[in-house]
Design a protein around this ligand. Structure first.
Ligand code: OAD
Length: 327
């Protein structure tokens, strides 16, 4: 049986080969965990730690959130009551204003892929944290924010935008802190209304369950998937459609690599079983922590010295320093 390192080495060879000219990434919350942002569905993740009893809502809404925590980020509840979304997302919104989180090794891998090889066709990120856009080396049009972005605000009713700083001020002054980290927060939430239509439907420009994905997702997927040579799927449970459809929209000749703590995507036709030395196998599963696997890959590609510790979260920087010392 081959080791993960041998698989990473063969992936690096493929990335640098003439056969591989077009590479896309489909990323999820796992690639940002090293920056300190929890994912959704792991123990300790946002859904696991959701406390409906603390949220401003009706008993019926509370029951629905208890049954299915994704309800808290759904259009169904937001249209009637914006507080659950805003209360749950309060620290993420305000932390984004403070630039609290840093791009991880996974994000920097995508940047190096572009600057070193020009083979990066697209990063499809389901994450709303904006960490991909911290990487100045990735041109804006190479990033598709499949589920929108937390660092912009607009009205779900009329579409009007609100300056993000103004929106943050409103969140800080009007939305209570269910996490008990901000002593200055109000004790009770009060509505934030759209300055255009006066409805309480203003929120970060993220995609709620039950709303449409940005047109850019469909247009780019149609452009990219037919000629793709490699799809790297990282840090995602692949349970949310239509983002997960990229794994079967990628043409049949495209190799698919999954980098994740656990096998994912079996129901979508991804084979996370061992490659056993078979380089012809379409799918490759690299099981482990994103930061560690991407660091190994960057090393194999000969780009280790291009990872700059001060741009990385502390835990990622330590990994990089240790790797540079071992060289
Ligand atoms: P999930 O929380 O569903 O999945 C994260 C995956 O990353 C899991 O399979 C974890 O095992 C894995 N993981 C966590 N930490 C990791 C690490 N350090 N290294 C490697 N793997 C790690 O998050 P997403 O798949 O991103 O949508 O969730 C998809 C969508 O569901 C989100 O965009 C959001 C959510 O509801 C909306 O809100 C519309």
């Amino acid at each position: 049986m081959k080791t993960v390192s041998a698989d990473i080495a063969s992936l690096a060879r493929y990335i640098l080969s003439a056969d591989c000219q077009s590479i896309a990434l489909l990323t999820g919350a796992g690639v940002s965990v090293a920056s300190g942002i929890p994912d959704f569905r792991s123990p300790g993740g946002m859904y696991d730690t959701l406390k409906p009893e603390l949220i401003t809502c009706s008993p019926y809404e509370r029951t629905l959130m208890e049954q299915d925590p994704t309800y808290v980020v759904s259009w169904e509840i937001f249209a009637k009551n914006a507080f659950p979304y805003l209360e749950v997302r309060r620290p993420f919104i305000l932390g984004t204003r403070e630039h609290q989180w840093k791009a991880t090794i996974a994000h920097r891998f995508a940047e190096l892929l572009h600057t070193k090889t020009k083979k990066l066709t697209r990063v499809y990120t389901q994450n709303i944290d904006g960490l991909d856009r911290q990487c100045d080396g990735i041109p804006d049009e190479k990033i598709v924010n499949v589920h929108g972005s937390i660092s912009e605000a607009n009205c779900e009713g009329c579409g009007a935008t609100m300056e993000f700083g103004d929106f943050c001020d409103e969140v800080s002054e009007n939305i209570k802190d269910i996490y008990k980290v901000d002593a200055t927060a109000p004790k009770h939430s009060s509505p934030i209304v759209c300055r255009s239509c006066a409805k309480p439907l203003i929120k970060p420009s993220t995609v709620l369950f039950g709303r449409s994905l940005p047109q850019e997702f469909w247009t780019r997927a149609e452009e990219d998937m037919p000629t793709l040579d490699l799809l790297i799927v990282a840090g995602t449970s692949l349970v949310v459609a239509p983002a997960n459809s990229l794994v079967f929209k990628a043409n049949k000749n495209a190799k698919r690599v999954v980098i994740n703590l656990e096998p994912v995507g079996a129901e979508l036709g991804i084979d996370c079983s061992s490659s056993d030395g078979n380089e012809k196998k379409r799918d490759l599963f690299l099981q482990g922590n994103c930061d560690e696997i991407f660091l190994e890959l960057v090393k194999e590609l000969g780009w280790l010295d291009d990872l700059i510790e001060k741009t990385l979260p502390t835990s990622s920087a330590k990994l990089v320093t240790a790797a540079k010392t071992k060289k």
